[in-house]
Unconditional design. Structure first.
Length: 297
């Protein structure tokens, strides 16, 4: 298994490469916002559910459904800044006792595990100790905020800062705009932090277009992730995303001369004409991802 979207983090990648494609001890991914722990968690979930032993492949039904947010054996406990209720934790716990519908096991992702109350953490304790054929991934900024009984049952992987050269190259590939030197100096080695500081007031559709353009050279899984993210902007946001992506493709053709970008530009023009008559953003973004993946293969 591998983590194709995650930069650096050699220790975590080596551990994942040695893992069998089956649930093991619960994993804690620790790091500040922008450290890449969510990227790592989604890559890991895809690798565990992918039908390819060297996954994630990005194209099998399991990968496609996971990226669309519809895989029946993947469950996430989200955190929106409000206290998670113990009933939500108990609901997640109850799901662990159900048989998986498609995969051989289920993957449970818990965001901001260190923000869970002691009552909520205790409600998870039993299933973390005996996971019932589930792979658990816990995300946190500070694992010391987890109960000792939780920490003792998990393997922790702190997210590793990137070196200056890797950060600079990643920002240039993403065509980040702004003072890159200042962003790198202030991000503590974490790409997500640098991107957030550079984003400033940049509209979300333009940021999504940048991510999509970068994903074109990162493989099928990255392309699907970028298109699904654009779909979540809503209809007006998706229209603005297509406009921004066309503008960025034009610049990419000027800089690289790569004719594949022209093919994608032309396809987007067809999709823009189709938009008023197609109510399904999921169908449109899926078709765009499939076309981009085929062109860039």
């Amino acid at each position: 298994m591998r983590l194709p979207s995650l930069l650096g983090n050699t220790r975590l990648k080596e551990a994942v490469a040695r893992m069998p494609q089956a649930p093991g001890a619960p994993m804690v991914l620790e790091g500040p916002a922008g450290s890449g722990k969510r990227t790592a968690a989604l890559d890991l979930a895809a690798a565990l559910l992918c039908r390819n032993p060297d996954g994630p492949c990005g194209v099998c039904p399991a990968c496609v459904r996971l990226q669309a947010g519809s895989h029946p054996d993947f469950h996430a406990l989200a955190y929106d800044g409000k206290a998670v209720k113990v009933a939500e934790v108990r609901d997640l716990r109850a799901r662990t006792f159900l048989k998986p519908q498609e995969a051989e096991f289920k993957v449970m992702l818990i965001h901001a595990a260190d923000q869970l109350s002691a009552v909520c953490q205790n409600a998870l304790l039993k299933v973390l100790e005996e996971p019932q054929g589930c792979a658990f991934i816990l995300l946190c900024e500070n694992r010391e905020a987890l109960l000792q009984t939780i920490r003792s049952r998990c393997i922790a992987y702190p997210m590793e800062p990137l070196d200056t050269e890797t950060l600079g190259e990643a920002l240039r590939q993403r065509r980040a705009v702004g003072d890159l030197t200042e962003a790198i100096a202030a991000c503590d080695g974490f790409l997500g932090r640098a991107l957030l500081s550079l984003a400033g007031e940049t509209p979300a559709p333009e940021l999504a277009a940048r991510d999509a353009l970068h994903a074109l050279t990162d493989g099928e899984l990255a392309i699907y992730q970028a298109c699904v993210a654009a779909e979540k902007l809503g209809r007006e946001g998706y229209i603005a995303f297509l406009d921004a992506l066309c503008a960025q493709l034009t610049e990419a053709v000027k800089q690289t001369g790569d004719a594949r970008y022209i093919s994608i530009y032309d396809y987007i023009g067809q999709q823009q004409a189709f938009l008023p008559h197609n109510p399904s953003l999921a169908a449109l973004s899926g078709a765009l991802a499939a076309h981009c993946a085929a062109v860039m293969a």
